[in-house]
Ligand binder design. Structure first.
Ligand SMILES: Nc1nc2c(ncn2[C@@H]2O[C@H](COP(=O)(O)OP(=O)(O)OP(=O)(O)O)[C@@H](O)[C@H]2O)c(=O)[nH]1
Length: 226
């Protein structure tokens, strides 16, 4: 496959949406209570960038496939338990040759969305290798979710829903099928993983945790106990 040097923004620019550059900068200082780093992982072309763009902008990046080079990120603030949770979402390159770049980011991730493509048996089989890699490089308390993407492509499906469920059960992780094209379950998946991380964090820190609220102007103020 011939991957060009590109990034998420390049992909969007290619699709005639250069306004994304401005929106991305504008959202950086958005108000939030806590922040989680979420990484998207999985083979090349399973739909990681498309899932991220669907979640962030509600759009589908159809057309020619342009592989991500290295890593890029975008932010989105969601509401969980009356808290503003900023998800800093890292979109990684699925191609093997960029693996050493993405390894460096694993240790900072608090949540991982591992994707396969329901029309590609190989991408499904490779999730085991991804899970081994996660085990090797990620934090021990990282929360993981398995996603079978391209659920809209029913005629081309080669991985049964039950197989995804079975694998997820084996590794003790939640599972969903998503479609970046139709949007099915995309928001739900991000919210589910953020909720899971938030619950784990609450359990770990106990009841008396003070949250620091980040205002757009840059001041900090304590927002009480959870
Ligand atoms: N029908 C359908 N096509 C999808 C879906 N998600 C992604 N695609 C298509 O699959 C191709 C690959 O999508 P990307 O999001 O670029 O894949 P990726 O996982 O980011 O690939 P890398 O950047 O190489 O890691 C593109 O042609 C997309 O239009 C989906 O849910 N349904």
């Amino acid at each position: 496959m011939s991957a060009r040097k590109t990034s998420l923004t390049d992909k969007q620019a290619k699709n005639g949406t250069s306004k994304y550059v401005l929106e991305r900068c504008a959202s950086v200082n958005e108000y939030y209570d806590i922040a989680f780093k979420v990484m998207l992982l999985g083979d090349s072309s399973v739909g990681k960038t498309c899932v991220l763009v669907r979640f962030k902008d509600g759009a589908f990046l159809g057309g020619n496939f342009i592989a991500t080079v290295g890593i890029d990120f975008r932010n989105k603030v969601v509401d969980i338990d009356n808290l503003k949770v900023k998800l800093q979402i890292w979109d990684t390159a699925g191609q093997e040759r960029f693996r050493s770049v993405t390894h460096a980011y694993y240790r900072d991730a608090q949540a991982l969305l591992l994707l396969y493509d329901i029309t590609s048996k190989m991408s499904f089989d490779n999730t085991r290798a991804w899970l081994t890699e996660i085990h090797e490089y990620a934090q021990t308390d990282v929360v993981i979710m398995l996603l079978g993407n391209k659920a809209d492509m029913t005629a081309e499906r080669v991985v049964k829903t039950e197989d995804g469920e079975k694998l997820a059960k084996e590794y003790g992780v939640p599972f969903m099928e998503t479609s970046a094209k139709t949007g099915v379950n995309v928001e739900l998946a991000f919210l589910a993983i953020a909720k899971q991380k938030h619950s784990a964090r609450k359990k770990h820190h106990g009841a008396a945790v003070t949250l620091w609220t980040h205002h757009p102007q840059g001041e900090l103020s304590g927002s009480g106990a959870m």
